[in-house]
Design a protein around this ligand. Structure first.
Ligand code: SF4
Length: 762
């Protein structure tokens, strides 16, 4: 039987399609920021709020994790940052009256966009088992319900505690403490679905699961690869950094199946020339690679670098670095010298001359950085691909010196910090030792569940309580039909949220919504801290009046639940933590390496950099004590005749699962989301025309998966590939289709066929 996403309002009735844009930002970017902000917040609130975002004494943008430089302009935000702030600081409200008008079933049939547009949650709400309606509940009763369910479990491992990347360091620390004190490591997070592959590959090869560059390195690089990433939509202020690097003489090589506007040209709205001129060409070279071709590309470049060294010995490889700091070169070299060029041609779809030209760029560059995002991390072979990126950089000593290194670009504002604070299902023994010693208990040592395993356990009835600290789990996860059914089996689901989303409507038998403060809002006179994509930790202090008097900060929600669960005599001072975040930071300092003098340094304008051994000292804390070359088998993903390889992508009016609007300005789409971008030659070969309505069908051993009713858009994507938005196409990604080692769902390489819909829509 086919698995389909349930039928919902789509809001696509007025879909219009025009030509894609060939540059990003500029005047339209400013106009769209302001229009969205005015609509959600009004003029006064817009200016009050945006004046504080990403300022040293302000709040951290709730959008992506891109870092801020030391010198801040009065407008330190991008179009999508402004949209993220507007969504949170909106004056729209979801009150108990709203829930009285709408049943849960009715909410489940609404679109993600409609749900998000209803505004901020204002009071704790409870759906009793058997009821189809949320009703107000006191905080006290809410905590008592959760504690009752948790105490009633046969094992702490029957509960799952999810975290999204918005959660502050302080909230994340007390949250993982509560969970481990309760007795489980079931701490899946959104990282499992995005950069887990980066963490797996980098830990093994460099000994740190994070990037090794600073913003300054990016500005100083000679050559920057931007691979599988669309910064114009997903990390827009990265474009300013690339522009600055180019002014300093850098070249940029973009590697992507889609020719995204933000990879081509940037009109910087902070500069007069960006507003009225032609802007800056970003990509000096655009390699329009096939989906899943990146491992082959980097192996091919590595092979060409070895051949260049053969031709001019001692001039290409950094032999001194390789000998002093790395391990495994000889075995790796043997493997790469046996590379089959036919495989490379087939996997990448690139002419050999383009690969050779990119290698000439590398040979001309003293310092090279490789940046990447989900385009690299969500394939079956993602960990192998990122390990090969590391091989590429190690060859010429491009790690641990200025202007060089690895740069996985993080998606959600504190996703990296949450992991640093211990939100991880596979915690290191040293972390557990420190935690147990500090708080006088024995943390559980067995590994917990990641996101995919959590869904399996919910599906199989082995997990019974699901608690989400932020996020929209149902929309973020793969295999929608399976995941929704799994969530509905839970005895209790709890969502700590700022806004209404699908995970409130697709819930367990009994369900709670706990409304919390957003980043923009005052938390008395306290501040929290976050860690950006480049390991800078800094304070975030909201100034706006909270959306409702009934909201609690995330820290308070955790600490009050802990007191209810463990009783007033628990050895951990939850009441003190709720009141005084400095007390939490003191404990973080004693448990998490790199946070010495945390309270003082958090108060420094701009914060402080966490230690990064590969970057700071060329020290690689791996199993071998060196940076590891790794051998990565190249298996070409062969797509059956007539099928296409689909990648799920965001629209420009979207941040992760939050849908700000129905337009995708850069790709020429207005007022709709059910579209699939296909190369015109692939359409012609398969007998389809631009504008037709199709179903996207995935064929798997356990049956077909079908996403219905997508308008075909002829688009200059790489041959054999297509793209469509998530969460609409999550239904096509089977739960068990995950990256090797990291377990990340393979949302960037889904084999599909287009199936024509009949005129009656069937
Ligand atoms: S680049 Fe990211 S962090 Fe910066 S303003 Fe834009 S969305 Fe926010």
């Amino acid at each position: 039987m086919a698995r389909k996403a349930p039928r919902r309002d789509t809001g696509d009735d007025g879909l219009e399609v025009g030509p894609p844009k060939v540059w990003a930002a500029g005047v339209p970017g400013v106009a769209h920021s302001l229009m969205t902000s005015y609509a959600q917040m009004g003029v006064r609130r817009t200016f009050l709020t945006l004046a504080r975002v990403n300022q040293k004494d302000g709040f951290d943008c709730p959008g992506c994790a891109w870092p801020e430089g030391d010198h801040r302009s009065p407008a330190e935000f991008c179009e999508n940052g402004a949209k993220a702030v507007a969504e949170e600081a909106t004056v729209r409200r979801v009150t108990p009256g709203f829930f009285a008008e709408h049943t849960v079933d009715e909410l489940a049939r609404r679109s993600d966009y409609w749900l998000g547009q209803q505004g901020r949650l204002t009071e704790p709400m409870h759906k009793a088992a058997g009821s189809d309606r949320y009703e107000p509940v006191t905080w006290k009763d809410a905590f008592s319900i959760i504690a009752g369910h948790l105490r009633g479990l046969a094992s702490p491992d029957e509960a799952v505690f999810y975290t999204s990347g918005r959660t502050s360091n302080e909230a994340a620390f007390v949250y993982q403490l509560l969970v481990r004190r309760f007795g489980t490591n079931n701490l899946p997070d959104c990282s499992n679905m995005c950069h887990e592959s980066s963490g797996s590959a980098l830990n093994q090869t460099l000994g740190i699961g994070k990037g090794t560059v600073s913003l300054d390195d990016l500005h100083r690089a000679d050559l920057i690869f931007v691979v599988g990433q669309n910064p114009g939509t997903n990390h827009p202020r990265m474009l300013s950094a690339l522009e600055r690097a180019k002014r300093n003489g850098a070249r940029v090589v973009a590697v992507n199946p889609l020719p995204e506007a933000g990879l081509l040209r940037f009109k910087n709205p902070q500069r007069a020339s960006g507003l009225v001129g032609r802007g800056t060409t970003l990509a000096d070279r655009f390699l329009q690679i096939r989906l899943n071709g990146d491992l082959a590309l980097f192996q091919a470049m590595n092979r060409l670098l070895l051949e260049a060294e053969d031709t001019a010995p001692g001039t290409v490889l950094d032999r001194g670095f390789v000998e002093e700091h790395t391990h495994g070169f000889d075995e790796w070299e043997k493997h790469v010298r046996s590379l089959d060029w036919a495989d490379v041609d087939e996997a990448t779809g690139l002419p050999r001359a383009e690969v050779e030209a990119a290698v000439r760029d590398v040979l001309a560059a003293k310092s090279v950085i490789v940046c990447w995002a989900m385009g690299l991390t969500q394939h079956k072979n993602s960990v192998a691909t990122i390990r090969e990126v590391v091989n590429f950089l190690l060859l010429r000593g491009n790690v641990g010196r200025p202007g060089a290194g690895v740069c996985p670009v993080r998606g959600h504002s504190n996703v990296q910090g949450d992991r640093t604070m211990g939100i991880y299902e596979k915690p290191a023994p040293a972390f557990l030792d420190a935690l147990g010693e500090e708080f006088g208990f024995e943390p559980p040592r067995h590994h917990g569940t990641d996101t995919v395993e959590a869904i399996r356990r919910l599906r199989d009835g082995e997990a019974k309580v699901f608690f989400a600290m932020g996020g929209n789990f149902i929309a973020a996860t793969p295999d929608t039909a399976v995941t929704e059914a799994a969530m509905r089996r839970a005895r209790l689901t709890v969502q700590v949220s700022t806004k209404l989303n699908r995970s409130h409507a697709v819930c367990g038998e009994e369900a709670l919504i706990l409304p919390t403060l957003g980043r923009t809002e005052q938390d008395r006179d306290r501040f929290v801290t976050v860690e950006d994509s480049m390991g800078m930790v800094h304070a975030s202090r909201g100034r706006m009046r909270p959306a409702s008097l009934h909201l609690l900060p995330e820290v308070a929600i955790v600490c009050r639940l802990a007191r209810e669960l463990f009783g007033p005599d628990d050895g951990i001072p939850w009441e003190e933590f709720e009141d005084d975040y400095d007390a939490i930071r003191d404990r973080i300092e004693r448990v998490v390496p790199g946070f010495a003098d945390f309270n003082a340094r958090a108060r420094r304008p701009g914060g402080f950099a966490l230690p990064n051994a590969p970057r700071d000292e060329r020290r690689f804390p791996t199993a071998t004590g060196r940076a590891n070359f790794t051998v990565n088998a190249l298996e070409v993903l062969r797509v059956p005749e007539g099928r296409l390889l689909l990648q799920t992508v965001r629209s420009h009016d979207q941040f992760n699962t939050t849908i700000y609007g129905l337009d995708d300005r850069y790709r020429g789409v207005r007022n709709g989301r059910r579209v699939v971008f296909v190369n015109p030659d692939d359409l012609a070969e398969r007998g389809f025309a631009d504008g037709e309505i199709v179903d996207l069908v995935g064929e798997w051993p356990d049956g077909e998966r079908r996403a219905e009713g997508f308008r075909v858009i002829a688009f200059p994507t790489a041959r054999g590939c297509c793209a469509a938005y998530f969460p609409e196409t999550n239904v096509l990604v089977p739960l068990d289709s995950v990256a090797e080692t990291s377990g990340t769902p393979t949302s960037k390489s889904v084999v599909v066929r287009l199936s024509r819909r009949t005129p009656d829509g069937g």
